[in-house]
Design a protein around this ligand. Structure first.
Ligand SMILES: [Zn+2]
Length: 318
């Protein structure tokens, strides 16, 4: 049911991603975003907070921290804009506008109790902001986290809840008709990582002996699943992988990149994945590629791609 078809000028394929903080999109979905943007699809990123409580890696920027200048949020807005330039993504927004919801900090931190933090936001109020975006853009595909937010961060859990609730409410004609006509998203995916791929990545990292003070473990990687539960894998071109690396580097306060590896503020190296993995949790899988997984998040989506977009898909594949 798509009550209001999006304007004719919209690309035929429209992908929406909902993330908690600036940097999550590049780490989880950088290749996917770069690939679909290059192919002419509309890629819309909704980030729920500005990441004000993130730990700052570069010493020269330590003053941005919440216990000093508390100016990390605006700084990360700029980092996100640079990352989107690297990925070729032009439609990025903050849920309810920049600064509407504050980063809640790690689970159990006193910041979880701040009334302005995302963790404290009433679900349907936060979801209504997403409903407006869904009805405006009309995405066929939504990507977000699993119910644990991948690794238990309150903002990631809340982003999952808002994404799922937003998708549900956007499809209901009786919910807030002032926010636009009902739109049902055809396919919903959760980010995940197949265990064998993660283990192989850590083996490469240990063999390479990279210059991080330590090495993370499989348990530090969000959303690790048995391989058989992974339903889609998106592999971009070398250019898309390079765009992901550049986007991660743009999140300079949060990520240190070293070749095919990276570290967050805990200084523990982990593999940077050039193939991104998903679990389809709503909708019908398209024809699986060899090996049984989808290789295209739009597989089976019931809308024809126009000739202009088709030409860009073929061009981008070369
Ligand atoms: Zn995050």
């Amino acid at each position: 049911m798509t009550a209001h078809p999006p304007p004719a000028a919209q690309p035929a394929r429209r992908l929406l991603l909902v993330h908690a903080h600036p940097d999550d999109e590049s780490i989880n979905n950088g290749v996917t975003m770069a690939k679909y943007a290059a192919e002419g699809a509309l890629v819309t990123l909704v980030t729920c907070t500005r990441g004000e409580e993130g730990e700052v890696i570069p010493p020269e920027l330590a003053h941005l921290a919440p216990d000093r200048d508390d100016s990390l949020g605006p700084y990360r807005v700029d980092e996100l804009a640079a990352a989107m330039d690297a990925l070729g993504v032009t439609d990025h927004r903050f849920l309810g506008g920049p600064g509407r919801y504050r980063d809640s900090g790690m689970m159990g931190a006193p910041q979880n109790e701040r009334p302005d933090c995302f963790w404290q936001a009433p679900l349907d109020e936060a979801a209504a902001h997403l409903v407006a975006v869904i009805r405006e853009v009309g995405p066929q595909v939504l990507v977000t986290y699993d119910p644990n937010g991948g690794y238990g961060h309150p903002d990631h859990i809340q982003a999952h809840r808002v994404a799922m609730r937003g998708a549900e409410l956007a499809a209901r004609a009786d919910f807030r008709p002032d926010l636009g006509g009902a739109h049902a998203i055809e396919k919903i995916y959760w980010n995940c990582n197949p265990r064998s791929v993660v283990e192989e990545g850590f083996a490469r990292l240990r063999a390479a002996g990279r210059a991080f003070p330590g090495i993370a473990t499989v348990d530090d990687v969000p959303g690790v699943l048995p391989d058989a539960e992974v339903t889609a894998s998106v592999t971009g071109s070398a250019a898309h992988r390079a765009a992901k690396t550049a986007a991660m580097r743009a999140h300079y306060t949060q990520i240190a990149v070293d070749g095919p590896f990276f570290a967050l503020s805990n200084d523990l190296g982990q593999p940077l994945f050039g193939t991104e993995h998903y679990q389809l949790v709503h909708g019908t899988p398209g024809a699986p590629a060899a090996g049984g997984r989808e290789d295209d998040l739009f597989a089976g989506v019931g809308e024809t791609v126009g000739t202009e977009e088709r030409a860009r898909i073929e061009e981008a594949a070369e």
